[in-house]
Design a protein around this ligand. Sequence first.
Ligand SMILES: *Cc1c(COP(=O)(O)O)cnc(C)c1O
Length: 237
Amino acid sequence: MSNSTRDSLNESLCESLQAIRSQLPVSVRLIAVTKTVPADIVRIAYAAGIRDFGENRIQEAATKQAELHDLPGITWHLIGHLQTNKAKKALELFQWIHSVDNLKLAQRLNQLAGELNFNPNICLQVKILPDPNKSGWSIPQLFDDLPVLNHCKNLQFQGLMTIPPFGLTQSQILDVFNRTHELAAEIKSQGWSNIQMQQLSMGMSGDYQLAIEAGATMVRLGTILFGERLKSVTSNH
Ligand SMILES: *Cc1c(COP(=O)(O)O)cnc(C)c1O
């Protein structure tokens, strides 16, 4: 990358970061989603003060983290679907896993976390509406599984994560976020000893304002910070 390209990227990224930060309540954690974004650009975001980065693929994250190992104080968030056979690698790379979407995966992570002597932060991914394109707990299934999840003592359950189905209206999206908030409140009221419900990871570039209106505590923003991703590499949706 030439110096002039870097300078102009640097400027536009700093501008979009400032504009977005000024809209976010201070209590909302901004996670910069850097999937498909090269390490030099991640460095620019780091220089602009970002410390939370989200990735959705294990291999890409491993490569990028190695390229950025000299930057202290980064918290890495896994936001994409995790296959059970990659759970160990995920624990080595990420402090947060937002996309824990089934009991078997949670139990495997719990076992590995015990072996690695590391207590990852976990969000339970829920589907408020049926969505064949996404993984996640249905509400009834989640209530069934809570007693077993509560026994996964090596995991720090922090809250819920959700992604609304594609193609909803604004008011339907807001409804999904509000229902996620209510679900967290209901789980909290059950008083589980090992399941915290303080965090709501919801909101992407197209809907983060609605998510904040509904009480999001973490927003995951990619496009609005870094520009459009190439279609060929985002076909996981
Ligand atoms: C890609 C992705 C994001 C960021 O999406 P943008 O629309 O680019 O902001 C957020 N969350 C998840 C789970 C993603 O896969």
